[in-house]
Design a protein around this ligand. Sequence first.
Ligand code: SF4
Ligand code: MG
Length: 334
Amino acid sequence: MTPLLTLEDIHRVYASRGGMWRRPDMVRAVAGVSLSLAPGETLGIVGESGSGKSTLGRVALGFEPPDRGRVQFAGAPMPAPRTPAWRALRRRAQMIYQDPLGALDRRLPVLDQVAEPLVIHGPAAEAAERARAMLAQVGLSPEQALRYPHELSGGQRQRVVIARALMTKPDLLVCDEPVSALDVSIQAQVVNLLADLQAARNLAMVFISHDLRVVRQVSQRVAIMYLGQIVEDGPAAELMADPQHPYARALVSAAPVPGAGATRRAQRIVLKGEPPNPAARPSGCAFHPRCPLVMERCRSDAPVLAAITPGRRAACHLLGGGGAGRDMSHGAPA
Ligand code: SF4
Ligand code: MG
């Protein structure tokens, strides 16, 4: 099957303000990521802030071109940002952000905003009818559909954004921290809604979050990022049950499975050291200053992301990722 989305050796560098002597720091936000997504598949991307996961999401949808590497959508190269070809493709690949209020127009009732993607292409009355039906599908009443964004709760607003994204019947939804701004009590509702819609519509979904617990609920496959690189990926259930990379192990140990017993909690690995700073990337394995298993060679040799078992990859010298070879696998979906 042709993958819906393919990222090949993606690199993205920014010049950040505030470098020493007012010279900009070069920040390697994404430093060589390859992965692919099958139609209807859900991939969770997990990492701390500064791990490059949001940048990767924007590159995947063509909002910004990579400095190096290739993005393919449905077998064709991603068009340059903001060209007519890109705008046409964007109907098939939609993005949902953390802040629903920022994504909505405060001056318009939400019904109009959900109908908007269709209004350009057809009769307004029909667009409004379909928008009303879509809002009902995400759990908003006809009366709520007529309200303005500020008259709705955060969770309701994110439902509106989701409804609007689905109006063009996309094949791919990239969700960047879609529930991080919401009360914990309603996060699960919105995550469940996304999971239901994904299954009902055979949507492919990239679900970006710093919160492994949230990602676990929706993802078939998970990629764990650290300083712009994937350090481990694989089927979600397998990876969560038995993470291999030291960083993945620390993340999983800090997000215990509900109901798992005291033994699991006792194994919690607390990371030492500073959170990652993409402007000051350590030599060798970028995780080495925080790694509980660091060895001498980790300070100079960067491990390669390599297959550890069928369908799983990790980048660590202890897991055989130390060869001088290049990573040729592209995370073929299971
Ligand atoms: Fe730790 Fe070395 Fe593996 Fe990096 S390569 S994760 S520092 S053991
Ligand atoms: Mg982010």
